[in-house]
Design a protein around this ligand. Sequence first.
Ligand code: IMP
Ligand code: MG
Length: 201
Amino acid sequence: MPRLHFSFTWCIRFLSMPNLKVLLSRDQITKRVAEMGAEITRDFQGQSIIFVGVLKGAAIFLSDLARQVSLDATFDFIGVSSYGNRPTPKEDPAGHAAWDSLGEVRLTKDMDQSMSDRNVILVEDILDTGLTLNYISKLVLAHQPRSLSIAALLDKPSRRKQPIQARYIGFTIPDAYVVGYGLDYAERYRNLPDVCVIEGP
Ligand code: IMP
Ligand code: MG
């Protein structure tokens, strides 16, 4: 008879697991990402593009999207974080603190290459208040790219604080906190293959 060994920390972790409900299945995501890739391929036929992924949430989306695009393409990455002290998840049981943009965005990793005269596609996991992409768009536009488009897997238009136009949107979702497929809650759940709504972490 095999002996099951549960450590104390494992039990605590299991008991504090939040409820995860699938909002978008891996099959839905695969299908939609393929459509977005085909659209980008059509729009930039005969030209080269550069994908600029917003770390870390867009990493999985970018790697899937890029493989659905049949164009001459290169990658770059940019890192940003919202400036200021956030309350901890314990101080905000509803979880809003973990993602509410605090109004100021700070660059943590600049792009490695010049965007000058390039067809830039900014790749982001989710478009929420719009503050992050507005900030990044301004940085890219200062390089004078040939074109700048935004590809976001998810869009929560009801949360918008600053207007922003994304040319490619995967799914429009309601105002719920989601994790998986690159999206995190306190750095966890990025590796879930589906996009899930997180309830009561
Ligand atoms: P914005 O500046 O408010 O548009 O914030 C965009 C960033 O907030 C995204 O890149 C995500 O990192 C994060 N974010 C917004 N909503 C969610 C969510 O539901 N789950 C996980 N991260 C989110
Ligand atoms: Mg992000």
